[in-house]
Write a protein that binds this ligand. Structure first.
Ligand SMILES: [Zn+2]
Length: 238
């Protein structure tokens, strides 16, 4: 029997940073260059949809040139090879987990390659540029198509499922996340209440590091594969 039966993994921008996708809150992060109130809120979209769509079209171009790194691949391997349940919850809107092979995956903050109609809620895959002139196939209204990403002030996706998984997990691993954005930053507390072992894997100690029973700091492409090998080899002895 493996030590852990039900593993929940939370991933954030730090995981994709080594693939070339920028983080948000570091000194060179996206939110130091763009006003998140203008480009990542429903109010910003209502005020200036062209500006918001241009911001996501720019980000899509960057996303098109990146590939999964060793950390994404290690997590996909864990899901495939581990003799227990592995659920990955990502705050990332990129598709690097899928490209690496993860299948049991929740995109709690949505996906950049999907469009959501602000009028009727219709969702569909959308790889081309966003434009205010495109109409929705669901309601035929123009101008409502937006990226299917969860903006500030909006409720993240699949929260009931997430809290149910946290309440049953026996290992919770937080990878590459700043520990500042709620509700994700509070998941460690839910996992602790469930009696789970908790591990932080991050470049540096996050804001919430004191909540974790165990923490390892370094490059995701190094510490994540090493941690996964320990889990698969049964050598994890925290
Ligand atoms: Zn619609």
């Amino acid at each position: 029997m493996p030590r852990f039966q039900r593993i929940v993994i939370l991933t954030g921008a730090g995981l994709s940073a080594e693939s070339g996708l920028g983080t948000f809150r570091d000194k060179d992060g996206l939110w130091t260059k763009y006003d998140l109130n203008e480009v990542a809120t429903p109010e910003g979209f209502a005020r200036g949809p062209d500006k918001v769509l241009a911001f996501y079209n720019m980000r899509k171009k960057v996303h098109a040139d990146v590939a999964p790194n060793a950390a994404h691949r290690a997590l996909a391997r864990l899901e495939e090879a581990y003799p227990g349940k592995v659920l990955t919850i990502t705050q990332n809107i990129d598709e690097l987990h899928e490209l690496a092979g993860s299948r049991n995956l929740i995109h709690m903050h949505g996906e950049i390659y999907k469009a959501l109609c602000a009028h009727c809620g219709h969702r569909r895959p959308w790889r081309e540029d966003f434009s205010t002139t495109r109409s929705c196939q669901g309601c035929n209204a123009c101008g409502g198509l937006r990226p299917d990403v969860v903006w500030f002030g909006e409720m993240p996706y699949r929260m009931e499922e997430i809290y149910a998984a946290l309440s049953r997990c026996d290992l919770f691993v937080s990878i590459g996340t700043s520990g500042t954005v709620y509700p994700a930053a509070g998941f460690v507390i839910d996992a602790l209440q469930a009696g789970a072992h908790t591990v932080e894997l991050n470049l540096e100690p996050s804001e919430g590091v004191t909540h974790f029973a165990e923490a390892r700091h370094g490059k995701a492409t190094e510490i994540v594969p090493a941690f996964v090998e320990e889990l698969l080899g049964g050598g994890h002895s925290a």
